[in-house]
Design a protein around this ligand. Sequence first.
Ligand code: C5P
Length: 286
Amino acid sequence: MIPITLKAPAKINLTLDILSRRPDGYHDMRMVMQSVSLADTVTLCPASQGGVWAESGLGFLPRDGKNLAVSAALAFFAAAGVQPMDLRILLEKNIPVCAGTAGGSSDAAAVLRGLNDLTGAGLSPEALAKIGEQVGSDVPYCVLGGTKLAEGRGEILTALPDLPHCPIVLCKPAFNISTPVLFQAWDRQKKKLRPDTEGLMAALSAGDLAGVAQRVYNVFEAVLPSHQRREIDRIKNALIQAGALGAAMTGSGPTVFGLFDKEDRAQDATAHLREQYSEVFLTHPV
Ligand code: C5P
């Protein structure tokens, strides 16, 4: 069998809202998700032995089942009713790691789509998304991509009108945030600010980019430790001053995004932020 190569796009959360903590320890979410052109490249190489493993240029990424790409392949073989194969998964990482941009989940989703083609299993995108649930909460969304409302743990997906085409600047500060720790901080928080998810979806329906951008909001921002929140706010302010129509943190962070209506302003913002941050990307909705 010949290798196949797929794109694995990053995602941003236009909104991230948490409705409640569930008995199983997870949280019920309400999030408007958007995939962007910044992408990893995932190549599936059928091997003659060795099981399933991942290789990337990043020495700290696991090569075994702790890597979501490998976990996705194993979940696919268990669920799809096809003969498991030995597989080398090559990950060309462009999406920042541990950044709230779903890089690992998107790699996993690309593996599910790729194995579906490679093995001829012929599963529907919805069936692949269902397999993805076992791999991680963002994987079902990453299988489908585009502009979606994600509810439940993240697996209940509703298609929304596309975000109008616009430049999007991503900036990842140097610190890392633990997702479970952020959820615990949200559990302890008394006063809970909420995004205007309905208003944002109405703005999407109207094709109103400014209306969307005014409503981007992530409830995790309010529960960050104060030194991290200050840095997130600094990046948001820099984006707004450079002409962004709105800015927010994505996922469990720490990446911040800004939505622009003018390409040249987004380019200037990218150049300006690169003076201070090493991981800054100019991207677009896909
Ligand atoms: O599903 P995933 O492995 O991405 O989740 C990582 C962690 O984030 C979970 O162990 C859980 O602590 C938290 N989480 C949650 N509710 C969700 C998604 C994730 O509490 N909907």
